[in-house]
Design a protein around this ligand. Structure first.
Ligand code: BT5
Length: 248
C-alpha cells in the first residue's frame, strides 16, 4: 500500500526526474513529492555521468525529502537508506541475492542492478534532498558484463509501479528511524549487514585522493571505514572498486 502522504507524478518522458524535482523543490514542492518516468532523455549518474535506459525498461524515480531534524553529516547516509529501502522492497517481492555496494549501488555479485543519486537542494527553510534511483527491470545496462536486470536474475519482468509502491512504503518506515540516534544506529547496522562491500579489499577515489584497504564497517554516520597500514580512514563518499576478494 502506498502511504497517503506521497504525491506521485508519472511522466512518459522527461529530461531527468532529479533535475525536474530539484526545480520543483526550489519552487516549493512538498516533502514526499515523487516523480517517475518511462524514459529520461538526460538521465544523470554521479559526477556528471549518464544514466541510460530504453523506454519502459527501468524504474526511474526521484523522491523529495525535507528533513528539518536530520543533521547535515547524516545526509550522505540518505543514499544508503534509499538503497536499503529498495533492497527491502525487492526482498518483499521475492527477489533474492541483491546486496548493496557502497556508497550508492545495488548489485548482484559484481553486476550493477540499481544506482542511487542523492542531491542537496538549496530550498530553505529545511534541508532538502532529492534522491533519485534507477532499477533495471528488463534492461541490463549499457555494459552487460558490468550490469544486470531484474528480468535477468529472476526470469520475470516486474511491474515498475508495484516496485515503486513497495519501495516508498519501506522508505516511509526507514525515514522514521532516520530521525533519532537509536533509529539511525539501527539503520546503519541494517545497511552494514546488507552491504557486500564490507570485508572486501577496495580502492576508493575521491577527487585526486585514493584510499586502498579493507572495508571494515560503517561509522555511526554511515560513512565507510577503510583499514590499511595508516590506520582506519572514514569516507563520506567516493568511487569504489574492488581490488580482490579477501574472504570466502
Ligand atoms: C548512479 O551513478 O548509479 C546513479 C544513478 C541514478 C539514476 C536515477 S534514474 C532517476 C533519477 N534521475 C536521474 O537523472 N538520475 C536518477 P553512478 O554511480 O555515477 O553510475 C553511473 C554509471 O553507471 C554510468 O557511468 C554507466 O557506466 C553506468 N550505467 C548507466 N546506465 C546504467 C544502467 N541502466 N544500468 C547499469 N549501469 C548503468
Amino acid at each position: 500500500m502506498r502511504p497517503q502522504n506521497y504525491k506521485v507524478s508519472h511522466f512518459d518522458e522527461i529530461d531527468s526526474t532529479n533535475t525536474q524535482l530539484a526545480a520543483a523543490a526550489r519552487a516549493g514542492a512538498l516533502d514526499g513529492t515523487v516523480y517517475w518516468a518511462d524514459f529520461q532523455s538526460a538521465g544523470r549518474g554521479r559526477l556528471d555521468r549518464v544514466w541510460e535506459a530504453p523506454p519502459g525498461s527501468c524504474l526511474m524515480a526521484s523522491v523529495l525529502l525535507r528533513e528539518p531534524g536530520v543533521a547535515e553529516e547524516r545526509l550522505h547516509g540518505v543514499t544508503s537508506v534509499v538503497a536499503l529501502s529498495l533492497l527491502q522492497a525487492l526482498e518483499e517481492l521475492d527477489i533474492a541475492g541483491v546486496s548493496m555496494k557502497w556508497p550508492n549501488d545495488l548489485v548482484v555479485g559484481e553486476r550493477k542492478l540499481a544506482g542511487v543519486l542523492a542531491e542537496l537542494v538549496e530550498a530553505p527553510p529545511h534541508t532538502t534532498v532529492v534522491v533519485g534511483f534507477g532499477v533495471n527491470v528488463t534492461y541490463a545496462g549499457p555494459d552487460e558484463a558490468k550490469a544486470t536486470s531484474l528480468e535477468q536474475i529472476s526470469g520475470r519482468a516486474m511491474d515498475r509501479a508495484g516496485l515503486l509502491d513497495a519501495m516508498l512504503t519501506r522508505l516511509a518506515e526507514n525515514r522514521l528511524l532516520m530521525r533519532d540516534d537509536e533509529g539511525w544506529v539501527q539503520l546503519t547496522r541494517l545497511v552494514e549487514a546488507n552491504c557486500s562491500t564490507i570485508g572486501q579489499e577496495v580502492s576508493v577515489e575521491m577527487g585526486d585522493q585514493q584510499v586502498v584497504g579493507i572495508a571494515c564497517g560503517l561509522s555511526p554516520h554511515g560513512h565507510l571505514l577503510v583499514e590499511n597500514d595508516d590506520g582506519v580512514v572514514e569516507l563520506a563518499t567516493g568511487d569504489l572498486t574492488r581490488v580482490r576478494a579477501t574472504g570466502a
